[in-house]
Design a protein around this ligand. Structure first.
Ligand SMILES: [Zn+2]
Length: 475
């Protein structure tokens, strides 16, 4: 029997803010355990949460980027459960009146486009982190308690593991573009849970689903879906039934392990958070946020394809990373021609970033300095091969193209008078070759080019040299 795969995703994205969601503790990664905490985020009796406006702004940026509706009023709810990393005994989340609903994100998978519907994107706070020790004990770090999150829930619109992978990739790209989340899956600032079921092809009703947690790479998302699809098909094939359950992806062995029976929403005993008033978002606020949004990745991609007519490889490189694209655009505003700027970005710049494992933010050559170098090539002052050599020296010596070209005497001679006098003495020295040229042996040109280059120490601009040489041979 043929089975159809049905997948929906839940994405948790940690918001980029100075402080946590409901207290003034810093929102940072990597500090010593249990140092970024206060009575509020630990849920001590007598403390009260205060909503951080920055998370509303970030949630609004994301919602607008997804084309979702931001509701004028929404409220917060308590999601109750017991776990060692949750000292309050509940998470502040949003249940039946979320911040935003009904968005979509277009993915590109195997050359075709598909709109994935976003059910909702709501605000909530993160829990702490349990760390299992080699001796079998478990320790907890509460620094993450109260870190602001948005949870993005999709409709079950994915039919292949690759589509789900493409979505995670697209949402990560978008979150970084609009500076809502750093998208770092290894550190857990972007986490992905997968809901998965299979049904016989042609059946309308959905079968029971399982949920997979702990997926910290796009590759893991795709592998886990493939593995769970096969497991479910095997269960049905042997006459069994799928139970609602939560599975953990074990990255080390690339296997799924059962974690717990999945709670329904009843088990969480949601109720309205009594310590926070409802959140009202005015149309003016939404418009302000909309006006601050940068160009979206798909808009940039379209512009690079249509207006700049870049090759597909350049488009996908320069539009997938906003900072890289911004650097490229700086080159354009400084006067570099788009194709040439794209070639430098794809070639020398990318090679250096990859070799040194750097982001463009850490790249030591400024757009101004790179533009100067590219312009030396455009003006035929140095050849492209020389320019690549200069580029390496700029990185090694940390100085400008102008200084290197001057210090190494690389500048091609632009002085027509100087080149003319070299040619004149060559013609006098080789009257026989001049005669041969004039009698129709055009290949003698190569001989004179070589001699002239030797005489100028290779610094003559080849285009200018050949033009002058031709003129003077004909004269
Ligand atoms: Zn705190």
């Amino acid at each position: 029997m043929n089975y159809e795969l049905i997948v929906g995703l839940e994405i948790h994205a940690q918001l980029i803010t100075e402080t946590k969601a409901f207290c003034r503790c810093p929102n940072r990664y990597g500090d010593p355990p249990n140092t970024l905490i206060c009575p509020t985020c630990l849920g001590m009796p007598g403390t009260l949460p205060v909503l951080n406006e920055a998370i509303v702004r970030q949630a609004a940026r994301l919602a607008l980027s997804l084309g979702a509706t931001i509701h004028p009023r929404c409220k917060f709810d308590r999601k109750n459960y017991f776990y060692p990393d949750l000292p309050k005994g509940y998470q502040i989340s949003q249940y039946d009146e979320p911040f935003s609903t009904d968005g979509f994100l277009t993915i590109e998978c195997n050359g075709s486009f598909k709109d994935i519907r976003i059910t909702r994107a709501h605000i909530e706070e993160d829990a702490g982190k349990s760390m299992h020790q080699p001796d079998g004990s478990t320790v907890v770090d509460m620094n993450r308690c109260g870190v602001p999150l948005v949870e993005i829930v999709t409709e079950p619109d994915f039919r292949t593991p690759e589509e789900a992978g493409a979505f995670v990739s697209a949402i990560r790209e978008l979150l970084r573009y609009v500076e809502v989340c750093d998208g770092n899956m290894e550190r857990g600032s972007l986490r992905c849970d997968v809901n998965i079921s299979v049904r016989p092809a042609g059946q309308a009703a959905l079968n029971e689903r399982s949920e997979i947690k702990n997926l910290n790479s796009i590759r893991a998302v795709e592998k886990a879906i493939r593995s769970e699809k096969e497991r479910q098909i095997a269960v049905y094939a042997s006459g069994g039934a799928i139970q609602r359950e939560t599975l953990l992806w074990d990255e080390a062995v690339e296997e799924l392990r059962p974690m717990r029976r999945k709670e329904g929403s009843d088990d969480y005993r949601y109720f309205p958070e009594p310590d926070l008033v409802e959140l009202c978002v005015s149309p003016e606020y939404v418009e302000n946020v909309r006006n601050e949004l940068p160009e979206f990745p798909w808009e940039r991609r379209r512009r690079y394809r249509k207006d700049l007519e870049l090759h597909e490889e350049a488009v996908s490189l320069l539009a997938s990373d906003r900072e890289l694209g911004d650097y490229f655009e700086k080159l354009l505003t400084l006067g570099v021609e788009p194709r040439s700027a794209a070639n430098w970005m794809q070639g020398e710049v990318r090679r250096h970033l990859t070799d040194q494992n750097l982001t463009i933010g850490q790249f030591p050559v400024s757009p101004q300095d790179l533009t100067e170098l590219i312009q030396f090539v455009q003006q035929d002052a140095v050849s492209l091969t020389q320019a690549k050599d200069v580029f390496r020296k700029m990185l090694a010596k940390k100085c400008s193209a102008r200084d290197i070209i001057r210090d190494e005497g690389m500048m091609q001679s632009q002085n027509a008078g100087e080149i003319e006098s070299v040619i004149r003495s060559l013609l006098q020295k080789h009257p026989h070759e001049v005669e041969r040229y004039r009698s129709g042996k055009k290949n003698v040109m190569g001989f004179f080019m070589g001699e002239a280059m030797k005489a100028t120490g290779g610094k003559a601009n080849p285009k200018m040299l050949s033009r002058l040489l031709e003129d003077m041979l004909k004269a």
